[in-house]
Design a protein around this ligand. Structure first.
Ligand code: MG
Length: 159
């Protein structure tokens, strides 16, 4: 068994879509995440957890933000590619657990859609993915609503 951890954060800005776990969310102030790709902070953390567990470096190595190919990239497609790299290394995904640190909005039932999208991208069952959310209780960049962060762990088996 091999475990990996992933962490990411992105700034909230006007004029950007808010996409978390491949799901479009409406922010109460109309804000979205800034970044080179679609800035899907949750999916980025999951990608780094998978790559980390497989010993395959990190998201920035495989999909550099200096590369025009990844401008506006759909992070779910990057996750799909990352899961293929993991399988190519002879490893199978056991489970993914992630936490989104977000002040607003409440993710509620949308978390189930995120689980579905992440599981589908990885070629695993909904039950192998768990998504949680917590606020910053008004503290720090999350609590002030300046950005959103996510952390994830992944477990792999084989090799
Ligand atoms: Mg990122």
């Amino acid at each position: 068994m091999r475990s990996g951890i992933g962490w990411d954060s992105h700034r909230l800005e006007a004029g950007r879509p808010l996409i978390l776990g491949g799901v479009r969310i409406e922010h109460p102030d109309g804000l979205g995440l800034a970044g080179h790709s679609d800035a899907d902070v949750l999916t980025h953390a999951v990608i780094d957890a998978l790559l980390g567990a497989a010993g395959l470096d990190d998201i920035g190595t495989h999909f550099p933000d200096t590369d025009e190919r990844w401008r506006g990239a759909d992070s779910i497609a990057l996750l799909q590619a990352s899961a293929a790299l993991v399988r190519g290394a002879g490893l199978e995904l056991v489970n993914i657990d992630a936490t989104v640190l977000i002040e607003l909005p409440k993710l509620g039932a949308r978390k189930h859609e995120m689980r579905d999208r992440i599981a589908a991208a990885c070629g695993i069952a909904h039950t192998q993915v768990n998504i949680k959310a917590t606020t910053g209780e008004g503290m720090g960049f999350v609590g002030r609503g300046e950005g959103i962060a996510a952390l994830a762990v992944a477990m792999l088996s084989g090799a």
